[in-house]
Design a protein around this ligand. Structure first.
Ligand code: ZN
Ligand code: ZN
Length: 186
C-alpha cells in the first residue's frame, strides 16, 4: 500500500483535532472527481467538481467523518440512449480508526480490510465517496421515470414522438423480422 499524499484533494489531515475526543471541525471543499467515480452507464466525469461538506470529529478510537457530496453525473438512458446529465447529492459517514496498532498486530490478516484506518492521521475520502456515489446511482439510468424507449420498428425515440405509429401494412418481411427480434428478447 502506498502512503497517502497529504496534498491530494481527497485526503484530509486530522492532526489539528489533536486526537482529543469531542474536538471537531467543519469544512467545505471542492475536489476534482477521480477517475471512474460511478458505474459504467452513469458516472461523474473525471476532473469535474465534487462539492464536499464535511465534519470531522475525534472520538475515542479514531476520527468520524460525516459529509455530503454534490456532483453532476453523466451517462445515457438505458431505454432510449438519450444523454443524461443530472445533479446528485450523496451523504456518507465513516469511522476511521487510528493506525497505531498496525505494526506487529496487523500481520497479513485480511479481516482488517473492512476497517477504514487513518494513515499518519490522514483520511482518504476517495473510497468513501466512491461507495456513496455508486450506491446512489440507479442500476438502469433513465432520462425520465416513464421513458417509453425506442420504437422497435424504426428506432425513433418515442418520448419525442408519443403518437408515433406505423401503418399496419408494413412489408411482411419486416414484420417477420420484428417478430424474430422480439423472440430474441424473450
Ligand atoms: Zn430515455
Ligand atoms: Zn417507429
Amino acid at each position: 500500500m502506498t502512503s497517502l499524499d497529504p496534498r491530494a484533494p481527497l485526503v484530509l489531515d486530522t492532526r489539528e483535532l489533536g486526537r482529543r475526543p469531542g474536538s471537531q471541525r467543519e469544512m467545505t471543499l471542492t475536489a476534482p472527481a477521480p477517475a471512474d467515480l460511478g458505474i459504467e452507464v452513469l458516472s461523474v466525469p473525471e476532473g469535474s467538481p465534487v462539492e464536499l461538506d464535511l465534519r470531522i470529529e475525534a472520538v475515542m478510537e479514531g476520527v468520524l467523518v460525516t459529509g455530503t457530496a454534490k456532483a453532476v453525473v453523466e451517462g445515457e438512458c438505458a431505454r432510449c440512449l438519450e444523454p443524461i446529465h443530472e445533479d446528485i447529492e450523496v451523504t456518507f459517514q465513516e469511522l476511521f480508526v487510528y493506525d497505531d496498532t498496525r505494526h506487529g498486530e496487523r500481520g497479513d490478516s485480511e479481516e482488517d480490510d473492512e476497517t477504514s484506518r487513518l494513515e499518519d492521521d490522514l483520511v482518504d475520502l476517495e473510497p468513501l465517496l466512491r461507495d456513496a456515489v455508486v450506491l446512489a446511482l440507479p442500476f438502469q439510468p433513465l432520462c425520465q421515470p416513464d421513458c417509453p424507449g425506442l420504437c422497435p420498428e424504426c428506432g425513433a425515440r418515442l418520448a419525442d414522438d408519443p403518437d408515433h405509429t406505423h401503418d399496419a401494412a408494413v412489408d411482411p418481411r419486416w414484420s417477420a423480422l420484428a417478430e424474430l427480434k422480439n423472440d430474441d428478447l424473450n
